[in-house]
Design a protein around this ligand. Structure first.
Ligand SMILES: NC(=O)c1ccc[n+]([C@@H]2O[C@H](COP(=O)([O-])OP(=O)(O)OC[C@H]3O[C@@H](n4cnc5c(N)ncnc54)[C@H](OP(=O)(O)O)[C@@H]3O)[C@@H](O)[C@H]2O)c1
Length: 310
């Protein structure tokens, strides 16, 4: 069954589970098998997921290239591809922030070539660029939209004030903040602002890098980005892992796994349209897809929030 929702005012119609491809960034996640990702992307599509998130920065173009390869065989109009611009990366490994009109136009051409597409559905600013006037950034975004190279544009990692300023210059249709049952900072101001402005919200790290799947007992050690995260260290890690596992009876009540319960609960926030799940193989997206269309009752939703309170 296909679940599609309007992504705020973007005009895009998407599955509430979005396939995340940051995992193709060896610097953060170690080596991940590209054939496994290609197979997982195609499996996602079979399961009714039409929304895919990538970025120029992920593996300095690797993620866009592999996603393009995976999607090439699928009908273009049936998939929604979101990517991001900000990190200006060079062949020698240097990179810096850049939302200048010149770089966005150059990036767009390069990203389209990597993605093997002639338009991008959603081009997001990956971060706020203090160096470039917003009017300059918006001018090129509007020009790209008029030229049919992008269908809509949005932001990620902006503060509310930065997005408010963006709205003074351009039609930012979506926002991609970090948000999960364990990290609810976006509830304070970003989610209410987006709801008021009908901005489509696609949240990242909804599983807290795997912690909310219940697969950890708190004794594990890591060689990837998790080795630097406080949530994956010592007593805090053990307590969080135990708290997640205590949700098992609630998951059982709905016939869901802990991963699916976490995603369904995250999507219960009225301002959240999509959860972007980072995926390494077909099995992971199969499990995430099981959260599509699942509703959690109000009482249980608030019980989950209390149980995961740090
Ligand atoms: N805009 C931004 O700045 C930004 C920042 C971060 C992420 N993102 C986007 O959001 C996506 C998701 O965020 P994220 O990768 O940080 O975090 P996440 O989705 O919370 O966690 C991803 C990790 O969860 C584990 N996982 C996923 N499905 C699983 C399953 N069914 N069973 C067991 N483990 C599962 C995998 O861990 P293992 O490695 O243990 O297999 C995977 O690496 C990214 O891919 C990216 O597209 C955007």
């Amino acid at each position: 069954m296909e679940y599609r929702i309007p992504l705020g005012r973007s005009g895009l119609s998407v599955s509430p589970i979005c396939y995340g491809t940051w995992q193709l960034s060896p610097k953060f996640w170690g080596e991940v098998s590209c054939p496994d990702i290609v197979a997982a992307v195609r499996r996602a599509y079979e399961l009714g997921i039409n929304f895919f998130d990538t970025a120029g920065a992920y593996g300095d173009g690797l993620s866009e290239r592999v996603l393009g390869q995976a999607l090439e065989m699928l009908p273009r109009e049936k998939v929604v591809v979101a990517t991001k611009v900000y990190h200006h990366f060079h062949p020698d490994g240097r990179r810096h922030g850049d939302l200048s009109g010149k770089y966005i136009a150059q990036y767009c051409e390069e990203a389209l070539a990597r993605l093997r597409m002639d338009y991008i559905d959603l081009l997001q600013l990956h971060s706020f660029d203090v160096f470039t006037p917003m009017a300059e950034t918006c001018q090129v975004l509007d020009r790209l939209r008029q030229a049919g190279k992008i269908r809509s544009y949005g932001v990620s990692n902006f503060s509310v004030e930065q997005l408010r300023m963006g709205h003074a210059h351009g039609d930012f249709a979506t926002c991609q903040p970090r948000y999960s049952l364990l990290d609810r900072r976006a509830e304070e101001d970003m989610l209410p602002y987006c709801a008021a402005q009908n901005v489509g919200v696609l949240v990242y790290s909804p599983l807290e890098h795997g912690l909310l799947t219940g697969k950890f007992d708190g004794s594990e050690t890591f060689t990837d980005l998790r080795k630097n995260s406080g949530r994956f260290q010592g007593e805090r890690f053990r307590k969080l892992a135990a708290a997640v596992r205590k949700l098992q009876p609630l998951a059982d009540k709905y016939g869901l796994t802990l991963t699916q319960l976490s995603l369904a609960a995250t999507l219960s926030h009225a301002a959240v349209h999509c959860a972007i799940v980072g995926i390494k193989n077909a099995g992971q997206i199969e499990e995430a897809a099981g959260a599509l269309g699942k509703r959690i009752e109000r009482e249980d939703y608030f019980a989950i929030r209390v149980m995961l309170q740090e």
